[in-house]
Design a protein around this ligand. Structure first.
Ligand code: PLP
Length: 487
């Protein structure tokens, strides 16, 4: 893989920024070809694994379907042919209720950069629960300590407000941007995920799909949300100009690694380009660092790209995998519009709340998780593991002459085998015809990885953590090779 600009700096988890043009060229080639799934006779063997080795999970999953819609509560939870129930998570490994052990590249969807269930963080959480339980509703010292830590590591953050989730933090940040600027319109980048609030279920996964998934959401809720394709600064500028004639743009919100956690990578210059456009048009720049925050480095993707947003959304790593991971950070003059408490009522403020927001458990977990990530240089080590995994997969794919595409932004590794995530709304006939079989292939690949002891995120993404030693990655590569030989 060609490498653009090198970053030898060990404080970041991204050693080099991938060559975006080359990745898109390879992804386009993948999407143009017919799919290359696992051969049917081998797929039978994969399914036999679940029947023979996962009976307890199967029973729990069947029961789950009777009380939980669809049987799973996480959209990216692996559930083909059925969800596996997990009983132990430690470091780089998961064990299911039938005692099968897996290398865990889901890592809970990203928050556990130290590896699952880190003992140092766990001990601090237990002590806190013993002292005051998980919540009191009053101020706790660690609320302040966590906020201070975030402000110290992320230079664009003068002040920090903790909320219940990434979704809530995005909602709050958009409300804040609107209250601060007095404008309504928000531009997001097509394909990006910013949680599931009414206004952000728009142009999700595939750029250009607008309200495709907005069932149950009134048109008025997305009336001031606009999407623009990634890497197309000129098109964004046109939107900003158009908006200027209609009251202006409150904010551009962006996942700095690229939409859907970097599945659609952006060029190294894209974020800086957005900063310039925001400055020119007086819009706020919101970095959604729910995935990249602390994973790319303690100063986040903004530190890596050296771009200063006005507001930053935090989630996931913020509490190291413990509950209530969400927060907004930013410039003091903007953040003050969020001021909480009884005295603030009636004043001009963007209202946010949450009974369990900033509870002692989450704050202590977050404080020690971040301290440990910093002390152990977790982003760097997890990023190296991601590089090793990517290089190894790339080598196997080339050797076996498969059309699959692998690329990474440090510890976020993307493995596209079916290309479903890269289909294009500009070709709606192909999209409609191919989305189902390509999605099914991705599910089958996920099942085959699982049957070979590898947990991935929906069969197409892997999060590495600092628990992934070279030996673990090499073992994982052997297993991936076994799966690819079934194609
Ligand atoms: C970039 C991004 N923003 C926001 C969210 C929503 O965060 P949460 O799941 O905590 O609501 C996610 C979740 O995956 C995300 O990846």
């Amino acid at each position: 893989m060609n490498m653009q600009q090198q970053t030898p700096d060990q404080s970041f988890g991204i050693s080099h920024w991938p060559d975006t043009d080359e990745i898109y060229a390879r992804l386009n080639t993948l999407v143009k070809q017919p799919i290359r799934p696992i051969r049917r006779e081998h797929m039978d063997k994969v399914m036999a694994y679940f029947e023979q080795r996962c009976q307890t999970s199967k029973q729990i999953a069947e029961h789950a379907k009777t009380v939980i819609p669809g049987g799973v509560q996480h959209n990216l939870a692996f559930n083909y042919p059925f969800a596996l129930a997990v009983k132990e998570a430690n470091g780089a490994h998961l064990t299911d209720v039938d005692d099968n052990r897996y290398i865990d590249f889901l890592q809970a969807g990203g928050p556990t950069l130290l590896g699952s269930n880190d003992p140092v963080v766990q001990q601090k959480v237990i002590e806190t629960i013993q002292n005051c339980g998980p919540v009191t509703g009053l101020l706790h010292e660690y609320e302040v300590k966590l906020a201070e830590l975030v402000c110290r590591h992320v230079p664009s953050v003068d002040m920090f407000r903790m909320l219940g989730s990434g979704t809530e933090a995005v909602m709050g940040a958009i409300r804040l941007a609107r209250a601060y600027t007095g404008r309504k319109r928000v531009i997001k980048i097509g394909g990006a995920y910013h949680g599931w609030s009414d206004q952000m279920v728009y142009g999700m996964r595939i750029p250009g799909t607008g309200r495709h998934e907005a069932h149950g959401i009134p048109r008025s809720s997305t009336a001031f949300t606009q999407e623009s394709f990634p890497n197309h600064l000129a098109a964004i500028r046109r939107k900003l100009m158009f908006n200027r004639l209609r009251g202006g743009t409150a904010a551009i919100i962006v996942e700095p690694l690229g939409p859907e956690s970097g599945t659609r990578p952006v060029t190294r210059e894209f974020n800086a380009g957005l900063r310039q456009l925001c400055d020119e048009f007086g819009a706020l720049l919101i970095f959604d660092e729910v995935v990249s925050g602390f994973r790319v480095g303690m100063s986040g993707a903004q530190g890596y790209f050296n771009v200063t947003p006005d507001l930053t959304i935090f989630g996931k790593c913020l509490t190291g995998g413990y509950p209530m991971a969400g927060g907004i950070g930013g410039r003091k003059d903007i953040m003050m519009v969020l001021a909480g408490g009884i005295g603030a009522s009636g004043s001009k403020r963007a209202f946010v709340g949450g009974t369990l927001s900033a509870n002692p458990l989450s704050c202590v977990a977050g404080y020690y998780a971040l301290e440990e990530m910093d002390k152990r240089n977790a982003a760097f080590h997890a990023g190296r593991a991601g590089d090793r995994l990517t290089a190894g997969l790339s080598d196997i794919i080339e050797r076996l002459k498969l059309p699959y595409v692998v690329y990474n932004q440090g510890s976020v590794v993307h493995l596209q085998t079916s290309g479903v995530l890269l289909l294009n709304a500009r070709n709606p006939i192909k999209l409609l015809k191919e989305v189902k079989p390509r999605k099914h292939m991705m599910e089958e690949m996920g099942a085959a990885y699982m049957a070979h002891g590898l947990v991935t995120l929906a069969g197409s993404r892997m999060y590495t953590s600092m628990a992934d030693t070279d030996d673990i990655i090499d073992e994982a590569l052997n297993r991936f090779e076994d799966v690819f030989k079934l194609v």
